[in-house]
Design a protein around this ligand. Structure first.
Ligand code: UT7
Length: 332
């Protein structure tokens, strides 16, 4: 019997309408377009301005986009795994809200949190559910309202992040397509370099933590930068070597979008020409776990059946990894 593989058979996405430009940021903190463009490569990011809408709102739009365009009955979805670092509430899960609002009434649901690589972890987790033979249709969703976690008085972090959501449908196939391999690693000694210091059980919310603005993202950028390049390049090398892939066999590198300079460095390490590297950081910023599925959604029409993709990400923890994906369909 042929083994079951887990293939991506549809994509969806959503970016909120409001844009936060570098010119806007220049009015908020001591920064300028030249610094942001040369050090990071971001011109603008999308922001969900409505304070009464959380990350679930973005995910609901992305899932509806996928279901609507592929004419899939939401009741046929067996499970919905939602990657996020900006869940609506500590509990209930954001996945349960998204499933309810999109009509996925027969789906098991859970949130999966592993910083920026959360989507890659969710994709490999979902692929294993499919490989088990017990599930036919899984939605893997990533959604982030990063603007809710960002201190817009901190110039070191506020230019970096944006809001958005992307999702994919996973289905079984007996063809040699889909999620072919994955490599993940963690180094918890990096935890202090990228952290939300308060609001969890280690440091619950108090007047003091709010006064000290400890509920926002804190990052020591240079330390994160150094580890990010090394770690992503090393995971990419592992999946390529394990699958006998040469550089010229890779059709697309789909890297996490944290910094154009990091993307360039990873591409250099992989000897991938930039025209084969997906990039949208200029107008999306860093949407944390959502960067990679948003890219797949935006670039769906460039992908052909059998294309070899390497997805790679790095984030807080530190945690990082790479997935080797064989694209399963031609442009629809
Ligand atoms: O997605 C999760 C993983 N995250 C990442 O992978 C992010 C990794 N890190 C980075 O992308 C970069 O480190 C940053 C973009 C965050 C920062 O770039 P950098 O080149 O590492 O800058 P830096 O933090 O070393 O700061 C350099 C200078 C400092 O001034 P001095 O001390 O040299 O006088 C900062 O105060 O740039 C200054 N600076 C700014 N200047 C204008 C920091 N932020 C700003 C700003 N505008 N927004």
């Amino acid at each position: 019997m042929n083994r079951i593989n887990a293939a991506i058979t549809a994509v969806g996405g959503y970016l909120p309408e409001d844009k936060l430009t570098n010119a806007d940021l220049e009015k908020m903190v001591d920064t300028n377009d030249e610094w942001i463009m040369t050090r990071v490569g971001i011109k603008e990011r999308r922001i969900l301005k409505d304070p009464n809408k959380g990350a679930s709102f973005l995910a609901i739009q992305a899932v509806k986009d996928l279901l609507g365009r592929s004419q899939i009955d939401p009741a046929s979805i067996d499970g919905l795994i939602l990657a996020t670092n900006t869940q609506d509430y500590h509990f209930p899960t954001t996945a349960s809200i998204v499933a309810h609002e999109t009509g996925c009434v027969n789906a098991f649901t859970f949130d999966l949190i592993s910083a920026c690589p959360s989507f890659l972890y969710a994709l490999e987790t979902g692929a294993n559910y499919i490989r088990s033979g017990r599930y036919q249709r899984l939605l893997i969703v990533a959604t982030e309202k990063m603007s809710a976690a960002i201190d817009y008085t901190d110039r070191a972090t506020c230019p970096l992040f944006g809001d958005g959501s992307g999702c994919v449908l996973l289905e079984p196939t007996t063809e040699e397509l889909g999620v072919m391999d994955a490599h993940f690693r963690t180094d918890g000694s990096g935890r202090d370099h990228l952290i939300c210091k308060a609001g969890g059980s280690a440091r619950p919310a108090s007047h003091e933590t709010v006064d000290r603005r400890e509920h926002y993202v804190y990052q020591e950028g240079a330390a994160v930068f150094k580890h990010a390049v090394r770690a992503m390049a090393s995971s990419c090398r592992v999946v390529m070597e394990r699958n006998n892939l040469r550089y010229e066999d890779i059709n697309w590198v789909v890297p996490h979008q944290a910094n154009q300079r990091i993307i360039d460095a990873v591409a250099r390490e992989m000897e991938a020409p930039m025209e084969r590297v997906m990039v949208n950081i200029q107008y999306c910023g860093n949407t944390s776990s959502a960067t990679i599925p948003i890219l797949l959604w935006e670039r769906e029409r460039d992908l052909k059946k059998g294309d070899n993709l390497i997805l790679t990400s790095f984030g807080a923890g530190f945690t990082w990894g790479a997935i080797y994906l064989k694209w399963a369909y031609d442009p629809k």
